[in-house]
Write a protein that binds this ligand. Structure first.
Ligand code: HSE
Length: 288
């Protein structure tokens, strides 16, 4: 059995801690034979534990403490601490591992509740579970989520070589927001979501770039962000935003302009990788 979980790009500008989309990079967990103790074979970062201290197993055991240990093979092309939901993908995989091995028959809504509690906000875990675009809230312990298709657009991701821990990236955000600012920031988010749901990418793009919740505080942490935004705008992109807590910079563009934007960005020789990603509409799945 294989559990496959997509990467996710959260916030999408003003949808801070609320909006995310599943994209085409994947964590795969292959479940092999039972053994005495958990073993997670992987060639990922050596910091990632290969035993029951691995986040995957911790999450699975919280849900089903009596799970029998197995040998697992973990592969992933979701880069760590880059704003593409790598830890959310592991949480969602851990929930699915418990779901499968203990035959819990969890619904997607139940998986989302557990995952959100573990992650603290739903914007990455929700699209990792449902696929596509998910708009959600988590207030006073209650999760609400609405799934939708993402409009036709290309995603061009610039993934820097350096990591940015979510904790550090949240550390530069303000503790307080005035009532007036909160109203302005949420009205921008409302327009972004309405336009995305309607498929109006021009309006969505302008609202995405008008975020007041987090990007203005965080952009100093991602030095390539202004230059990428400038190149993307000049070449017809809809919007450029910080993916999740960064440092990945995401460009949303009309499909017929994606190739040109990607090659312009490559010519600028930023230190990092550039990929075109597509929307994953399925979310977490299990293959026999
Ligand atoms: N919404 C979160 C943030 C995503 O921007 O901090 C990263 O966990």
């Amino acid at each position: 059995m294989k559990i496959i979980v997509p990467a996710t790009s959260a916030n999408i500008g003003p949808g801070f801690d609320s909006v995310g989309v599943a994209v085409s990079k994947y964590l795969t967990i292959e479940v092999l034979e039972e053994r005495e103790a958990w073993l997670i074979e992987h060639d990922l970062n050596p910091r990632i534990p290969k035993d029951k201290r691995n986040l995957l197993i911790k999450v699975a055991l919280q849900i089903a403490p009596d799970l029998k240990p197995h040998r697992l093979k973990m592969t992933s092309d979701i880069p760590l601490a880059r704003g593409l939901g790598s830890s959310s993908s592991v949480i969602v995989a851990g929930i699915e591992l418990a779901n499968q091995l203990a035959q819990l028959n969890l619904t997607k809504e139940e998986k989302l509740r557990i995952a959100t509690k573990s992650e603290g906000h739903p914007d990455n875990v929700a699209p990792a579970i449902f696929g596509g675009l998910v708009v959600s809230s988590y207030v006073r312990g209650r999760v609400s989520a609405v799934e939708a298709d993402f409009p036709q657009a290309s995603f061009i991701a610039f993934i820097p070589r350096y990591e940015l821990k979510t904790r550090d990236s949240r550390g530069v955000l303000p503790f307080k927001f005035s009532y007036k600012e909160a109203v302005a920031a949420s009205s921008i988010a409302n327009v972004a979501i309405a336009a995305l749901l309607k498929g109006d990418m021009e309006t969505a793009g302008r609202a995405i770039e008008s975020d007041l919740f987090h990007e203005r505080f965080r952009q100093k942490l991602v030095r390539e962000f202004p230059a990428i935004k400038k190149i993307a705008r000049k070449n017809g992109a809809y919007a450029t935003y910080l993916s999740g807590a960064g440092p990945t910079v995401m460009v949303l563009a009309p499909t017929n302009k994606a190739q040109a934007i990607q090659s312009r960005l490559e010519k600028a020789h930023f230190k990092g990788e550039i990929f075109e990603l597509s929307v994953d509409r399925q979310g977490v799945r299990v293959e026999e």
